[in-house]
Write a protein that binds this ligand. Structure first.
Ligand code: AMP
Length: 461
């Protein structure tokens, strides 16, 4: 059996892992750690949930311990670039946890908050700097951060970096780094731009591919209500008031839609909170803390904002609107059914969204159960539930075209033994759909998350 010890990790790190409750390495950790320890570049195709953060953090901590160096003001030894503040915060927390016996100093910098504490932390020098590209460049330009002595670079979620338009910032940052360095590159999907970027940054890398987090989709019951757009909020209120939904994320496509829905839920007496790119960092942190609490508000989120939500016990995901990209659906429903728990995904689909639903079913290679238990909802102009199903089935050029005809490579496998959070498995089974009499289906496959949201779509998120 592969153990953390057999991977070459030393006592301070082993003890920290014990404290975290990790008993054995995940597949990506088992594959990557020995090579990163040996100094090799890495090209990892892996999603959140596979244990990839520890796969790069553990060996880098060891590399620094093996060759200690004094800290220098404004400098760092490890630079981790992440696309979102939430992900950057999680990576920073992981370095702190895994390196707590290693006497290393880490810090995190991202936009949307006052830069002064970040600059102050850098003035003292750090071992590990986790950063989003925009704020990092700001601080470099102000000469508050100097990355010219970086020894180890990690680029995480490279595909998201591209999606979010950070690619030029990333290239500018990489151009400032020493060419003599070790680079670890991670992406959940591999569009050609990501490959090109990787080729330009890596030297003879070890390629590690892990199966995406299929367990989520396997433990998620899925169903669809077909109904007009205008009735969706009534149905949502009905479900939230009547079904056993303990921790719920509702996905909308736009920031404006999220805010509007929050107002509507509030006026229906349902405690909710919206999280999206226009909210301040403080607001996001408060909202996420409330969502993790025992009595969480209903969280209304756009896709990009939801990317960094790492909460295990989400009982329900509601797709208030369908995403343009079918892979995003898989990513959304992966917010529930985590850590071996079961969960439920309920989707609201109006007739204009039918092509998107078709594309999702094509990707999953199965149909999703249509609910026939639509409650009596207030009548709205523009039709009935039946109307929702009767609408034109014209192809939506973004989502229904032939290019998304099957699961992506690497999709569909179950996470093997040693996958993260196995110890937390439980038989808990929330039951909103069952409580309303429907028989939802199980998905058997999951695919990698959306590779390409187009820019104009992204601005709305
Ligand atoms: P990541 O893919 O890095 O976002 O990790 C997903 C989750 O798995 C995090 O909550 C980690 O704390 C957890 N995790 C990572 N490695 C292990 C492991 N070897 N055993 C148990 N849990 C782990």
């Amino acid at each position: 059996m592969i153990t953390f010890q057999s991977l070459g990790l030393t006592q301070p790190v082993l003890e920290a892992l014990l404290a975290e409750g990790y008993t054995e390495p995940t597949p990506i950790q088992a594959k990557a750690v020995p090579h990163v320890l040996a100094g090799r570049d890495l090209f990892g195709c892996a999603q959140t949930g596979t244990g990839k953060t520890a796969a790069f953090a553990l060996p880098l901590i060891e590399r620094m311990l093996a060759k200690p160096k004094p800290r220098t003001a404004r400098h760092c030894r490890v630079l981790v670039l992440a696309p979102t503040r939430e992900l950057a915060g999680q990576i920073y927390a992981s370095f702190c946890a895994y390196g707590k016996n290693a006497n290393l100093k880490s810090t995190v910098i991202y936009g949307g908050v006052n830069q002064r504490p970040q600059a102050a932390a850098m003035m003292r020098g750090v071992d590990v700097l986790v950063a989003t590209p925009g704020r990092l460049l700001d601080l470099i330009n102000q000469r508050l951060v100097d990355i010219r002595s970086v020894e180890f670079l990690v680029l995480d979620e490279a595909d998201r970096m591209l999606d979010m338009g950070f690619i030029h910032d990333v290239r500018r940052i990489v151009a400032m780094l020493p060419t003599e360095r070790q680079t670890l590159f991670f992406s959940a999907t591999l569009p050609s731009e990501v490959r090109q970027l990787a080729n330009s940054m890596l030297r003879n890398p070890l390629e590690v591919k892990t199966t995406p987090q299929a367990t989520s989709a396997e433990t998620v019951s899925q169903s669809v209500f077909l109904l007009p757009q205008k009735q969706k909020r009534h149905l949502l209120v009905h479900l939230l008031k009547n079904a056993a939904m303990s921790r719920v994320i509702v996905f909308t496509r736009t920031k404006r839609g999220a805010d509007k829905l929050q107002r509507e839920l509030d006026s229906a007496g349902i405690h909710s909170a919206a999280i999206h790119g226009n909210k301040s960092q403080n607001h996001r942190e408060r909202t996420l803390a409330a969502f993790k609490s025992p009595r969480p508000p209903v969280l209304i989120a756009t896709d990009i904002a939801a990317r960094g939500i790492d909460v295990d016990q989400v009982s329900h995901v509601v797709n208030f609107e369908l995403p343009h990209e079918p892979e995003t659906y898989v990513h959304r429903i992966g917010r529930t059914g985590r850590a071996g728990l079961s969960g439920e995904a309920v989707t609201f689909c109006d007739h204009e969204e039918r092509p998107r639903l078709d594309a999702i079913e094509k990707l999953l290679r199965r149909t999703i159960a249509k609910r026939n238990d639509l409650p009596d909802l207030p009548k709205v102009e523009g039709g009935s539930a039946a109307h929702a199903d009767r609408g034109p089935r014209e192809r939506d050029s973004r989502s229904g075209g032939p290019r998304r005809s099957g699961p992506r490579s690497g999709s569909g496998g179950r996470r093997g033994p040693g996958g993260p959070q196995q110890a937390k498995r439980s038989s808990r089974r929330p039951s909103a759909a069952s409580s309303t009499g429907a028989k939802p289906e199980r998905a058997v496959t999951a695919a990698a998350p959306a590779a390409h949201d187009k820019k104009k779509h992204r601005r709305a998120l």
